[in-house]
Design a protein around this ligand. Sequence first.
Ligand code: ATP
Ligand code: MG
Length: 434
Amino acid sequence: MTKKPKFQEPAGMHDILPGEQRYFQKVLDTCENIADFYGFQRIETPILEQTELFSKGTGLSTDIVQKQMYNLRTKGGDYLTLRPEFTPGITRAFVEHGMKNLPQPVKFYSFGPLFRYEHSQAGRYRQFHQFNLEVIGEGGPIIDVQIIQIFYNILQELKLKNLIIEINSIGDNQCRPYYKKLLVSYFRSRESALCVDCRRRLKENPLRVLDCKEEKCQRIVSQAPQLIDHLCQECHHHFKGVLELLDEIELPYRLNPYLVRGLDYYTKTVFEIFSQEQKKSEDEKEITVRNALCGGGRYDALVKLLGGEDAKASGGALGIERIIELMREREIKFPRAAGPQVFLAQLGTMAKRKSLKLLEDFRKARILTGESFGKDSLKAQLRTADKMEVKYTLLIGQREALEGTVLIRDMKTGKQETIKLDKAVKEMKKRLKK
Ligand code: ATP
Ligand code: MG
């Protein structure tokens, strides 16, 4: 048994090794391309924010704020928190930089790490990445639909199948308080059958009971009153608009009247996108495995809550690690980035020196060029060239170094030819063009 090294990754946090980077790159490129088409611009906010931004923005009664934040106190005495989600930071930036004065709405996208102190398990980490969208300064249903459409397009472009969009409206300050009362009185009469967490939620945030994953709670939830039956006129109208537009663009969605999402600031539309699969369990039973890939919704009160002028807003985020895990599980292939076309081999000290200089000339000419300058054996170098599948190997041996020449070998035909060293780049350009 090999001994564990003294230092390891912190629990729930993972190195992204070079072999995995191409998945991240592929997902990010796809996200950026699509977001760019829809007129979104990148925004980056600090990884640390004032703790109060999250307790106020994300909300005191949420799991994120109650259990999942990494807090720290600086030497200067400030209370800061590693961001557990993007929305409060971006909303702060919108207010702080007076972006209300820009043409509205402003559309932002972001990509980066987030931190939540979770029970780490497959698909649930303490440091993970999201691709996030926010549209601030526009209240119509079409924005909600466009955000869902963009996320759906990204997942489709990444060739993920069996996607399910779930959607609901959780109303606003006009209609939600009354519904909450109805809900509390429904759950009160069944309180003893709820899990411990839900009994607490019932006091602090009864909507969150709807979200509980425990089977006994879900059974009770399935008979609970539904908010969509109690929406005020404005929310009803908005939700109808959202559903009509989803129909119009033929996005396959499912109405889930108990979808609430874990954050306090949502108003009206909330949605999640899942991937769903039939699998065999350990005892050979058919089971349905659902994986939440994306979540979001409208947050019309947040900008004001964080000190700005009233501005309606909507957004959402994709979980990058979960997407990559699915891509790997389903063996989704995509073309590898182009590798080097030319390899520089060298033999002897003087040749090594000349190759080092030649490599720079190739870089300036933007020709991808491989080498293994650390190796002295020609055989070993040619093996590397083979592995890289280059079209040409350029060899500078002792004689070539003295004469100022280089030997070009066509790796396919085996044909060799000696040319002047200072013509090498030009010659390669010509041959690679063919
Ligand atoms: P869940 O219900 O799975 O806890 P959530 O509602 O907390 O998700 P959001 O805050 O809406 O998640 O984040 C959007 C997406 O980010 C999720 O759909 C998921 O793909 C991903 N995500 C959330 N938390 C984690 C985590 N701890 N590790 C990895 N990915 C995560
Ligand atoms: Mg969560």
